[in-house]
Design a protein around this ligand. Structure first.
Ligand code: OAD
Length: 247
């Protein structure tokens, strides 16, 4: 922990890459844990072909578990990253999450690789819905996610089988290639292309630290630099803060 805190303190160019694990203490399940979303709804829940074949299955999940994530609050780990950005240490946070919690915590430079669950659009007339607005949320929920034109709606989430938003990816790639330190938090690092970002950073000479409870796809890389921390994200936030402030 001390090593990671020292690297951040020395650098004004730190990038975070986050995944679902950072939002678990905020009440949002991750994907691949035994009690994660895939165990409950199946791997295909964010597959674009499955969505078109069975939109009602996706809407049932949206009603039960997706829309409610927008009411969750950021935790100490989201707040730590936002504070480090405000103090000038962090260039930006790249997230695979769709919950908007980094922005709620105060992060300004956020690259959302997999879109967000807040904005929805009609696949027929392109009307947009912001489900953080109570009126628009009620409209979608009462019409079982059908637009007033009769079209199906879909959130601005990148489903498997869809392209990543190019501007967000370009930003993430630029940050990864030019940072001094890249710290991943709460991600299994198994989903392409997000999982290539730590490798890009490493190849350009950055330190790569992995903060996660359990194994990740890139543990070897961080272990090589002695920068793997197997820890709960809340514990990480607390420990990091106290070490960082003592330096
Ligand atoms: P995963 O579910 O694959 O990984 C989350 C990681 O966080 C796991 O390794 C957990 O062990 C760890 N974790 C859970 N709770 C934690 C805690 N409290 N403290 C520390 N670690 C914890 O989620 P992602 O890596 O984000 O894409 O998955 C990447 C992408 O795969 C998602 O964005 C999603 C999914 O398919 C799309 O939907 C397009």
């Amino acid at each position: 922990m001390k090593h990671v805190a020292e690297l951040v303190k020395k650098s004004r160019n730190v990038v975070f890459l986050t995944g679902a694990g950072i939002s678990v203490p905020s009440g949002i399940p991750d994907f691949r844990s035994s009690n994660g979303l895939y165990a409950k709804y199946g791997q295909e829940i964010f597959d674009i072909d499955h969505f078109h074949a069975h939109p009602d299955k996706f809407y049932a999940f949206a009603k039960e578990g997706l829309i409610s994530m927008l009411d969750c609050q950021p935790n100490a780990a989201h707040k730590l990253i936002a504070e480090l950005e405000e103090k000038g240490y962090v260039r930006g946070v790249i997230t695979q999450n769709i919950d908007g919690l980094h922005q709620k915590a105060g992060s300004k430079n956020v690259a959302e690789l997999h879109g967000n669950a807040r904005m929805w659009h009609c696949l027929k007339c392109a009307r947009r819905f912001d489900v953080s607005d109570p009126m628009q949320r009620v409209e979608l929920l009462t019409n079982n996610f059908k637009c007033s034109c009769g079209g199906l709606t879909k959130p601005d989430i990148v489903f498997f089988g869809e392209l990543l938003p190019m501007d967000e990816w370009a930003k993430a790639e630029r940050w990864a290639k030019t940072c001094d330190v890249l710290i991943t938090v709460g991600t299994s690092l198994v989903v392409y292309p997000a999982s290539t970002l730590p490798l890009l950073a490493y190849e350009k000479g950055a330190f790569v630290a992995i903060v996660n409870k359990g194994p990740t796809g890139l543990d070897k890389l961080a272990e090589h630099q002695n920068l793997k921390i197997d820890i709960d994200v809340l514990e990480f936030a607390e420990l990091f803060k106290s070490v960082f402030e003592s330096l």
